[in-house]
Design a protein around this ligand. Sequence first.
Ligand code: HEC
Length: 159
Amino acid sequence: MKARFKKILAPSLAVVLLAASVAAVAQQAPKPENLIKWRQSAFQLVAWNTGKIKASVEGQYNKDEVQRAANAIAAIANSGLPGLFAAGTEQGKGWHDTSAKPEVFKDAKRFGELNAAFAKEAGELATVSAGGDVAAIKAQFGKLQRTCKSCHDDFKSKD
Ligand code: HEC
C-alpha cells in the first residue's frame, strides 16, 4: 500500500505542484494596465502629500501633518517606482492613458537616477520635518519639488 502510494500519488503530486508553481509565476507578471494604474496612483498619493506640506508651511503649520506627509512621500519614493515602468507599458491605459514619455523606456538609467534623487530629497525632508524648523522644511521642500520638475520635464508629457 505504501509503495503503491509512492508510485501513483507521488508523480501526480509533482504534476500538481508544478502546475501550481507555473500558475504562481504567471500571477507574478502583473497586467500592464495594473502597472500603469499603480504608478499613476503612487504619483497621485505623492501629490496629495506634497499638497498637505505646501498648505502647512505656507499657512497654519502643523508639525505632525508635515511629518506624516513627508514620511509617506519618502516611503513611496523608495518603493521601487521604476519597476512599474516595465516593458510593455510604454503605451496604454491605467486610470487614463499613460503620460509617460517613450524616453522613460529608452533611457531607464537616467530615469532611475532622477528617481534616486527624488528618494534622497524625500528622505531628507522626512528628517528635516522632525526638527520642526519651518524655514528649513520649506527649503528642503523646494529641493524635493525640483526633483519632480526635472523628471517631468524629460519623462512626462503635459496633460
Ligand atoms: C523619476 C521621475 C519622476 C519623479 C521624480 C516624479 N514624477 Fe510624477 N510622474 C512621472 C511619470 C513618468 C508620470 C506619468 C505616469 C503615467 O501616466 O504612466 C508621472 C505622473 C505624475 C502625476 C499624474 C498621475 C496621474 O494621475 O496620471 C502627478 C500628479 C505627479 N506625477 C506628481 C509628482 C510629484 C508631486 C512629484 C515630486 C514630489 C513627482 N511627480 C516626481 C515621473 C516622475
